[in-house]
Design a protein around this ligand. Structure first.
Ligand code: 5AD
Ligand code: SF4
Length: 441
């Protein structure tokens, strides 16, 4: 084959892990018509930006990148440029019709149409495909993954929860699950390919349902497919965190004892306005049940500062819940009004400076707690899955504990993909630092 004739695709991905997983589906779809992935936009025939709409700043960033990447098309008019993902439906008019920025705009449920849309674009047509589907789950498409030890695997798509701040139910549509069998088959394939860890993904992963098989059933089936493979999952909604699921996590050694359970706010009044469907008392009760069943579990959460009508007292209650639970980690955001959502109608009455002030307070509190929790690990031995070279020094490797803590240590005789024991010498709020202990596991 004449390599110079090979077509190349360059994709930039924004937003959540679901988008990262979707990009791998997209790469598989376009690979079937001859496109090989490249990391260099300058040498690509096809340039795609997989976008996120969840907060305004993510949208702004993606839009800016699309304008910058357009440069490549100015130099070479044969290049096809496209926008994928959550921004597609919202911004299709702006992107294609008004600003003539891109050739194709493709929403999250229409990736199978990419080959046709690309061909049409080469013939000078501009294509928009942004319909949402009630059934599309790409069950039969094996994502094109870059080699590694850790794989993303999306098991359900969409969301039916309609939290009032969130645009996801509008951009990604209704909830639908892949078949249990296809997920298990894919995990078996990943195991044969040498992957050591798989993260099951869904916007609302624990509301997975395949004809009566729930997420606990899926998790058990996956964990038993290869008992040496680490299994993670994200994101869980408190409402769907059943006792059966908690027992399943506790019962399997290879299901990681790390649970991301977004609380969003510490105030019942705000939780109600957010349509989160639980009270703080119920959330804390759930936390207690998990901690009793899985004492070694680590927890992370999502918090929003400055939701409409949030008072100083509501904010104080959010600070209280953080102190009460003592999360190992948190993703903390300023409320960002999104069109179409119910909260958008409530207005954005918390001033920007106040949102920033509250967010900073939350971050400072959370960092202090994470720091203290990690200090407790100094002098203990942890088991890590070695993932890659550390970004700070090629002398060091980076691994992750079962509880999802990044751990950096001098490489010694360790290799990527191994499970190794490390003695922790020091720690900050984000990372543990230690010494490799002898032997492999
Ligand atoms: N503003 C701020 N944060 C948001 N999230 C979702 N929508 C918004 C919004 N409009 C956060 C929530 C969610 C996480 C994925 O993103 O905390 O759990
Ligand atoms: Fe958005 Fe709520 Fe669904 Fe999560 S559960 S994707 S925050 S609507």
């Amino acid at each position: 084959m004449d390599v110079t004739k090979t077509k190349k695709v360059y994709v930039e991905t924004y937003g959540c892990q679901m988008n990262v997983a979707d990009t791998e589906v997209v790469l598989s779809v376009v690979n079937a018509v001859g496109y090989l992935p490249t990391n260099e936009a300058a040498e690509a025939d096809l340039i795609l930006v997989n976008t996120c709409s969840v907060r305004d700043n993510a949208e702004q960033r993606a839009q800016k990148r699309v304008s910058e990447l357009k440069e490549h098309k100015r130099r070479n008019p044969d290049v096809v440029i496209g926008v994928l993902g959550c921004m597609a439906e919202r911004l299709r008019t702006v992107l294609v019709e008004k600003n003539n920025l891109v050739d194709i705009v493709v929403g999250p449920d229409e990736y199978r149409r990419l080959p046709k849309l690309i061909e049409d674009a080469k013939a000078g047509e501009r294509g928009i495909a942004v319909k949402l589907s009630r059934v599309e789950n790409y069950d039969d498409i094996t994502p094109l993954r870059t080699e590694g030890i850790s794989a993303w695997l999306s098991v359900m798509r969409g969301c039916d929860k309609f939290c009032t701040f969130c645009v996801v139910p509008f951009t990604r549509g209704r909830e639908r699950s892949r078949s249990l069998k296809s997920v298990v088959d894919e995990v078996a394939l990943l195991s044969r390919q040498g992957f050591k860890e798989v993260t099951l993904l869904g916007q609302n992963v624990n509301s997975y349902n395949d004809g009566g098989a729930d997420f606990a059933d899926l998790l058990r089936a996956v964990a038993e497919t290869d008992s040496a493979m680490r299994i993670r999952f994200t994101t869980s909604h408190p409402q769907d965190m059943s006792d059966k699921l908690i027992e399943t996590i506790a019962a399997h050694r290879n299901i990681c004892k790390y649970i991301h359970l977004p609380v969003q706010s510490g105030s019942n009044r705000i939780l109600k306005l957010m349509n989160r469907t639980y009270t703080i008392e119920q959330y804390l009760g759930l936390m207690d049940r998990i901690k009793r069943a899985i004492p070694e579990a680590s927890f992370s959460t999502d918090i929003i500062a400055g939701f409409p009508t949030e008072s100083p007292e509501d904010h104080r209650m959010t600070m209280e819940i953080i102190k009460e639970v003592r999360y190992d980690g948190a993703y903390m955001f300023k409320y960002s009004p999104r069109e179409n959502t119910k909260a958008f109608e409530m207005g954005a009455d918390v001033a920007e400076e106040l949102k920033t002030e509250r967010l900073n307070e939350i971050i400072e509190l959370q960092n202090g707690i994470a720091f203290d929790i990690n200090q407790q690990l100094i002098g203990t031995d942890v088991e890590v899955l070695v993932e890659r070279d550390s970004s700070r020094s090629t002398e060091d490797l980076l691994g992750r504990t079962d509880t999802n803590k990044k751990t950096v240590f001098p490489r010694g005789n360790a290799a990527v993909g191994e499970l190794r024991r490390v003695r922790i010498d020091r720690a900050n709020a984000q990372t543990l630092f230690g010494t490799l202990l002898p032997g492999t596991n």
